[in-house]
Each structure stands twice: as C-alpha cells, then as structure tokens.
Write a protein that binds this ligand. Structure first.
Ligand code: DGP
Length: 217
C-alpha cells in the first residue's frame, strides 16, 4: 500500500514554545529526508487572515461568533492544500489547528459544541501534540505579548478547555499526547521527536475527518 504523509498538529498555550518546536521538528524531519511542510494557523497572509490579524492586534472589534467563524474559515481555506500535500507524500506540521479554535472561543463563554461545529470534518491529524506549560511558567518566559488573548486568566481557562478536548478526541481515536513544555528546549525537542519519528516514514490509510459522528446527513 502506498503511504501518505503524516499530519501532525502542535497545540499549546501562548508562549509554550510552539513556534520554536514546530521549526525544530520540521528541521528534524527534513534532516531525515522526509518532505515536510509547516503551516501556521492563523495564516495571517490571506484576506481572512488579515481580518484575524487586525482583530488580534485590537485594531478592529468583531462579535465573538464572527471571529470564531473567521478562524475556522481560515483553516478551511487551507484544508484542500493540506489534503493534497498529505496525499502526495508530504508530512504536514500545523502550528495550531481546530483545537485552538474551540479552546480560545469557549474560554470567552461561547458554548463548546457551537465552537466545535464549524470545524467538523476538517482533515484530522494523525497525532496532536499538546505542549503543556502552566500559565505562570509561560508568563515567566518573558511575559505575554500585546495581543488580545495574552492574559494569565484567559490562558488558564484555555488550558482547561484543551484538556477537555484532549479527552474527547482521544476517545474518538485521534492520538492526543501531552508533552511537558516546561523542560529545556532540547528535551522538549527530543520528546516530540520520539512521538513523531514512528510516523515519519508515512501513514497507511485514508485521511480521517475531525468529529465525523457530529455530522447528520
Ligand atoms: P499565534 O499566532 O499562534 O500566537 O496565535 C494568535 C492568537 O490567536 C493566540 O492568542 C491564539 C489565538 N488563536 C489561534 N487560533 C485560534 C482560533 O481558532 N480561535 C480563536 N478564538 N483564537 C485563536
């Protein structure tokens, strides 16, 4: 059977080291000769991404439902690209994905199920790695930045919802692994590699969908 590329998602709180670790992971995969593409969500380069960017920088205000749907639309914009890459044998790493969508919007008080709905049936990752760090430790790493959600109490609530998501999707067969991101950078890199390496040579079987049982036809 021809193998397709693996779909790896890295999630975590702000300042958990996601961007550093996704870059390191890409370098490790490329060093192992694996064709790899790194996609970062939100993708601020598209028209929708620019609206999100302006919202995050507090240059514009949007209703919570509207910004939630824009974040989801931003993922759907790239869904077919992700599928094509995987099918062509490229491993795809996503820095954030639908799980951030639920965690951040539900933290603002929107109902969990409502937040999940627009992302139902996006391509499902073969592995989701959650970089676990306490909001205190994240803050101690030089403080949060200027953007809208970078406050300690928001990050605490986001972390709690990520745990709920992890339990839910693990029960639906998506592999969700928490990695201790409070360790030194090299250790976190090594831990991530240990989980990704077995998938690096490709994955058998079709690309799965997120929350398939939530669709009624
Ligand atoms: P980043 O570029 O990874 O720092 O993400 C920017 C901010 O946007 C960060 O605070 C997390 C938040 N975020 C990322 N994805 C989503 C999403 O789908 N929905 C919401 N509401 N927030 C998100």
């Amino acid at each position: 059977m021809v193998k397709r590329g693996a779909f790896i998602v890295i999630e975590g709180l702000d300042r958990s080291g996601k961007s550093t670790q996704t870059s390191l992971l890409r370098a490790n995969l490329e060093a192992a000769g694996i064709p790899t593409e790194l996609i970062k969500f939100p993708d601020r380069t598209t028209a929708i991404g620019q609206m999100i960017d302006s919202y995050l920088k507090s240059q514009s205000d949007l209703d919570d439902h509207v910004i939630h749907l824009l974040f989801s639309a931003n993922r759907w914009e790239l869904a077919s690209t992700i599928e094509k890459l995987l099918t062509s044998g490229t491993t795809v790493i996503c820095d954030r994905y639908a799980f951030s969508g639920i965690a951040f919007s539900a933290s603002k008080g929107l109902p969990y199920e409502w937040c999940r709905a627009p992302d139902v049936s996006l391509p499902a990752p073969d592995l989701a790695l959650f970089l676990q760090i306490t909001p205190e430790a994240a803050k101690a790493r030089g403080g949060y930045g200027e953007e809208r959600y970078e406050r300690e109490e928001m990050q605490r609530s986001v972390g709690e919802i990520f745990h709920r998501i992890g339990a839910e999707i693990a029960s639906e067969g998506v592999r969700w692994v928490a990695v201790d991101a409070g360790h030194e950078r090299d250790q976190v890199e090594e831990d991530i590699w240990m989980f990704v390496k077995p998938l690096a040579q490709g994955v058998e079987g079709p690309i799965r969908r997120l929350w398939p049982d939530k669709i009624r036809v």
